[in-house]
Design a protein around this ligand. Structure first.
Ligand code: ATP
Ligand code: MG
Length: 385
C-alpha cells in the first residue's frame, strides 16, 4: 500500500511560510495532480514526499510509516524533473541502467528491466543512441525509463512535459496516463497547467499562493469534474476552466428568491435557496461558466434568463465561437456552437444564461455557499477517483 498522507503539514523557509495546514490523502494506485500558479509551493510539497525538503510541522506518511526524517534513498520513490538530466556521454541503455548499476544489481536482472522499460516506452530501437541524437520527447521517455526500472512504490513528476512543444506535450500526457494505468504505481504529478491537471489526474489538489489570512493554501482536492462542477471557493472557480468562469456581484432580493446582477435578474436555484436565506438584501459573488451563456436560438435550456451584451471580442475557434461581451457594464464571456450568424464588433447581441447552473460565493470568505463543514482527512477516502 503506497498511499501518501499529509497530516496538517506546514513548510517554512526561514520565516517565510510557503505551505500551511496541508492535509490530504493520496490513495494507493492513484494519479494525483498538484496544480496552482507559480510559487504556490507545488514543487516544495513534492520534494517533501521525496525527502528533499524537511517538514516544518505535521506528519507525512508513505505506506504505513511516517517518513518525516527518513532519508530519500529509503523512501522507495522515483522522481522525474522538467530537465531530464541525462548523462550526455552515456547511451540510452546506460542512462536507464545507471541507477541499478549503482545499486550493484546483477547484470542479467538489469538487462531484463531495461528491456522491459524500453518495450513499455517504445525505446527499443534507440537504446544504443546518445541523448544528443534524441528528440525532446524521446529524451523525456528515457528519463521516465530511468524511473520505471527502479520499480518504486511512488512516482513523483515535477512538470516533466513543460520542455516539449505543444503537440508532443499532448501526446506524452496521454502516454503517461496510459503508463500509470498499466503500472498502477501511486503517482504525484506537479503542473501549473490546469488543462494538463484536468486531463491526467484521477484527482487534483489545487494550491494557492499562501496569503496572511488563509487557514490553509490547499484550496480543494477532488476529481476533475468535482472541481469543475462544484468549486469550493472563488480561487478554484477562477483557476479551473478555460475560458474562465464569469464572476459578477449580485444582490439577493429581500425575500431571498432572486439575484439581481448587473445585466440580468435570476431566480435563486433550489439547491442554493437555504444558503442564500442568510444573505437577504446583501451582495454575493455569482459565477457562471461561459458554456452556460449562449445564443437564444441554440440553447434549449428550460430554466434560463435573457441578457444583452455589446460585443468586444470574438474568438472563432472553429467548433465554437467565444464571445466577450459587456453586459450591464460588466464583462461576460459566452459560447456559441455555430458560426453561421456571427455578430460584428460593437453589435448588441441577445444572450441567454442557464439559471440552474450558477455558482454562489460569499464575497468576504470567498467560500461557496451551502457547503457542508470541512471533512477530516480520513473521510477523504469516501469518494472514488
Ligand atoms: N530553498 C528555498 N529557500 C527559500 N525559499 C524557497 C526555497 N525553495 C522555494 N522557495 C520559495 O517557496 C515558494 C514555493 O516554491 P515552489 O518551488 O514550491 O513553487 P512552485 O509552486 O513549484 O512554483 P513554479 O510553478 O514556479 O515551479 C516560492 O515563493 C519560492 O521562492
Ligand atoms: Mg515548481
Amino acid at each position: 500500500m503506497a498511499q501518501i498522507i499529509f497530516d496538517d503539514v506546514d513548510k517554512s523557509f526561514g520565516d517565510v511560510r510557503v505551505l500551511k495546514n496541508i492535509s490530504m490523502q493520496i490513495r494507493d494506485e492513484e494519479f494525483m495532480v498538484f496544480v496552482g500558479p507559480s510559487g504556490c509551493g507545488k514543487s516544495t510539497a513534492l520534494r517533501m514526499i521525496a525527502g528533499l525538503e524537511t517538514i516544518t510541522h505535521g506528519d507525512l506518511s508513505i505506506g504505513d510509516r511516517v517518513v518525516n526524517t527518513l532519508p530519500p534513498k529509503d523512501r522507495d520513490v522515483a522522481m522525474v524533473f522538467q530537465s531530464y538530466a541525462l548523462y550526455p556521454h552515456m547511451s540510452v541503455r546506460e542512462n536507464i541502467a545507471f541507477g541499478l548499476r549503482l545499486r550493484k544489481m546483477p547484470r542479467d536482472e538489469i538487462d531484463s528491466l531495461v528491456a522491459n522499460a524500453a518495450d513499455i516506452l517504445g525505446l527499443q530501437e534507440l537504446l544504443e543512441r546518445k541523448p544528443k541524437a534524441l528528440s525532446g520527447g524521446q529524451r523525456q521517455r528515457v528519463a521516465l525509463g530511468r524511473a520505471i526500472v527502479r520499480q518504486p512504490s511512488v512516482f513523483l513528476f515535477d512538470e516533466p512535459l513543460s520542455n516539449l512543444d505543444a503537440e508532443l506535450r499532448v501526446h506524452m500526457r496521454a502516454e503517461l496516463s496510459k503508463l500509470q494505468r498499466r503500472l498502477k504505481t501511486t503517482t504525484v504529478y506537479v503542473t501549473h497547467d490546469q488543462v494538463e491537471a484536468m486531463t491526467m489526474g484521477h484527482r487534483i489538489a489545487v494550491l494557492a499562493p499562501l496569503a496572511k489570512a488563509m487557514d490553509s493554501n490547499l484550496m480543494q482536492v477532488g476529481t476533475p469534474l468535482e472541481l469543475y462542477d462544484t468549486p469550493h471557493n472563488l480561487f478554484v472557480a477562477r483557476f479551473i476552466g478555460t475560458p474562465n468562469m464569469n464572476i459578477v456581484e449580485a444582490t439577493v432580493s429581500d425575500d431571498g428568491s432572486q439575484l439581481q446582477a448587473p445585466g440580468f435578474t435570476v431566480a435563486v436555484p433550489e439547491h442554493f435557496s437555504a444558503a442564500t436565506r442568510d444573505y437577504r438584501g446583501r451582495k454575493l459573488a455569482l459565477g457562471v461558466r461561459p458554456e452556460h451563456v449562449g445564443s437564444p436560438e441554440e440553447a434549449d435550456w428550460p430554466q434560463r434568463v435573457e441578457l444583452r451584451g455589446e460585443v468586444e471580442i470574438i474568438e472563432t475557434i472553429g467548433h465554437e465561437v467565444v464571445l466577450h461581451v459587456r453586459s450591464g457594464g460588466e464583462p461576460m464571456i459566452a459560447k456559441m456552437a455555430s458560426h453561421k450568424h456571427m455578430p460584428g464588433f460593437g453589435d448588441t447581441v441577445d444572450l441567454v444564461l442557464k439559471s440552474d447552473e450558477i455558482h454562489l460565493f460569499d464575497l468576504d470568505t470567498e467560500q461557496r455557499l451551502g457547503l457542508p463543514a470541512a471533512e477530516p482527512v480520513a473521510a477523504a477516502t469516501g469518494t472514488t477517483g
